[in-house]
Design a protein around this ligand. Structure first.
Ligand SMILES: NC(=O)c1ccc[n+]([C@@H]2O[C@H](COP(=O)([O-])OP(=O)(O)OC[C@H]3O[C@@H](n4cnc5c(N)ncnc54)[C@H](OP(=O)(O)O)[C@@H]3O)[C@@H](O)[C@H]2O)c1
Length: 369
C-alpha cells in the first residue's frame, strides 16, 4: 500500500510549485493590504484554556443524511509522514475528533498509526472519531473508485470512513502515477465527475463510508451532481477565509442543504507554491487589531470567523502548541460588527487556485462561484 505514497507525491507537488511559481502573481487585491500600520502581536493577552473536555465543547453540524459531524477538525495536507503521527495523537489528546485526510497527502498510513494508538490506549473509540478522506483525480473512472477507497482504508487501518469526498471535479489520466505529466503539463482524463458520483454512491451502499461529498466544486457542478444523485453530497469542501469568504457559494449550498467545509482557513502559508512577498492572511494588520481587542491570536479570529458562520473548519498544524491553541475557540464570540468588518476583507484571494490546469474542461474556478 505504501507504493502510492511518500516521496513521489512530494516531488509532484514541488514540481508543480516550481513550474507554476510564475503564474501565481495573478492574484489581485481589492483592498489595501499593507495600508494599516502593523500591530505587533507580542502584547497579546491570549492564554490557552485547559484542554480537558475540549472535545465536548466542539459543536456538531447535522448533515442532510441526519448524521452529525464535528464542526472543527485537523487538516493533514503537507504534514510530513515523520511528524503527522505525533500531530494526530496530540490533536486527539487536545480534543479533536475529526481528522481531514486524503490519499494524495501521502501520509495516511502515519495518520492511521496515531488513530490505532489512541484507540488502543482507550483515549477514544472508533465511533468517537470522524475521519474524512478524498478520492484523488487519477481514480475518477468508476472501476477505480472502490479500489481507491480500499487503499485508503487499508492505509488508515479502518473498516469504514465517516466521509469520502471527490477531491476535485477534474480527472487526470489514469495509471500513470498521481501527477501524470507530459512536457511539463498535467495529462487530463475526460471522465465526467457525474459518473464518478454514481460510483461514490456505491461506496455508501457497501458501507465503506458513511457519507459522501465533493470538494472544490462550483455551483454549476453541484447542480449537475444533484440532477443525477440518489444520495446527495453532504458537504462541499472549499477554500474559505476572509480573503475568499465564499458568500455566494455558501448561500447556494445552504439552499441545497449542503454544508460547507472550509479549508486553508489560515491562508495556507505552507502551500508549496507560496512565494516571498505573497499576501499572508495571518499577518493582516486589521485582523491583528481585532485579535488584540479580544486578547486572542489572529489564528483564533480566523477560525472563529468560519465556525461562527456555521462552517466546518479544518486548520492544519503539526505543532503541539498550535494544535492546542487552534481548537480553543469555543469560549468567545465575535461581535456582529467584527464579523461584518471581516466580511469586507473579501478580495477573491484564492491560495489554492491550481491555475496551471485552468484549461481542464472541469476546472472549477472559471466561473464566479
Ligand atoms: N480539499 C482540498 O482540495 C484541500 C485543499 C487545501 C487544504 N485542504 C485541507 O485543509 C487543511 C487546512 O488547510 P491548509 O493546510 O492549506 O492550510 P491552513 O490550515 O490554512 O494553514 C496551515 C499552516 O498554518 C500554520 N499554523 C497552524 N496553526 C497556526 C497558528 N495557530 N499560528 C500560526 N501558524 C499556524 C501551520 O504550521 P505548522 O503545521 O508548522 O504548525 C501551517 O503552516 C489541509 O491540511 C487539508 O486537510 C483541503
Amino acid at each position: 500500500m505504501r507504493t502510492l505514497l511518500g516521496s513521489p507525491i512530494t516531488r509532484g507537488l514541488c514540481r508543480l510549485a516550481v513550474q507554476n511559481s510564475k503564474r501565481v502573481g495573478e492574484w489581485s487585491f481589492r483592498r489595501e493590504y499593507f495600508s494599516t500600520s502593523a500591530v505587533c502581536f507580542a502584547g497579546s493577552k491570549y492564554r490557552p484554556s485547559s484542554c480537558t473536555n475540549m472535545a465536548q465543547k466542539v459543536p456538531f453540524v447535522q448533515f442532510n443524511n441526519d448524521l452529525k459531524f464535528p464542526i472543527f477538525g485537523l487538516g493533514t495536507w503537507k504534514s510530513p509522514p515523520g511528524e503527522v503521527t505525533q500531530a494526530v495523537k496530540n490533536a486527539i489528546d487536545a480534543g479533536y475528533r475529526h481528522i481531514d485526510c486524503a490519499h494524495v497527502y501521502g501520509n495516511e498510513t502515519e495518520v492511521g498509526a496515531a488513530l490505532k494508538e489512541k484507540i488502543q490506549e482507550g483515549v477514544v473509540k472508533r465511533e468517537d472519531l470522524y475521519i474524512t478522506s478524498k478520492l484523488w483525480n487519477t481514480f475518477h473512472r468508476p472501476d477505480l473508485i472502490e479500489p481507491a477507497i480500499k487503499t485508503t482504508l487499508c492505509n488508515l487501518g479502518l473498516e469504514y470512513l465517516d466521509l469520502y469526498l471527490i477531491h476535485w471535479p477534474q480527472a487526470y489520466k489514469e495509471d500513470e502515477g498521481l501527477f501524470p505529466e507530459k512536457d511539463g503539463k498535467t495529462v487530463y482524463s475526460d471522465v465526467d465527475y457525474v459518473d464518478t458520483w454514481k460510483g461514490m454512491e456505491k461506496l455508501v451502499k457497501k458501507c465503506l463510508t458513511k457519507s459522501i461529498g465533493v470538494s472544490n466544486f462550483n455551483h454549476e457542478q453541484i447542480d449537475r451532481v444533484l440532477a443525477i444523485a440518489e444520495i446527495k453530497p453532504v458537504t462541499n469542501q472549499v477554500e474559505c477565509h476572509p480573503y475568499l469568504n465564499q458568500k455566494k457559494l455558501i448561500e447556494y449550498c445552504k439552499s441545497k442543504d449542503i454544508v460547507i467545509t472550509a479549508y486553508s482557513p489560515l491562508g495556507s502559508p505552507d502551500r508549496p507554491w507560496a512565494k516571498p512577498g505573497d499576501p499572508q492572511l495571518m499577518d493582516d494588520p486589521k485582523l491583528k487589531e481585532i485579535a488584540q481587542k479580544y486578547g486572542k491570536t489572529t489564528a483564533h479570529i480566523l477560525l472563529r470567523y468560519n465556525v461562527q458562520r456555521g462552517l466546518i473548519t479544518i486548520p492544519k498544524s503539526v505543532t503541539k502548541s498550535r494544535i492546542e491553541q487552534n481548537i480553543d475557540i469555543f469560549d468567545f464570540e465575535l461581535k456582529n460588527e467584527d464579523m461584518e468588518c471581516i466580511d469586507t476583507f473579501d478580495c477573491n484571494g484564492r491560495f489554492c487556485h491550481l491555475n496551471w490546469i485552468k484549461d481542464h474542461k472541469y476546472y472549477p474556478f472559471n466561473i464566479e462561484y
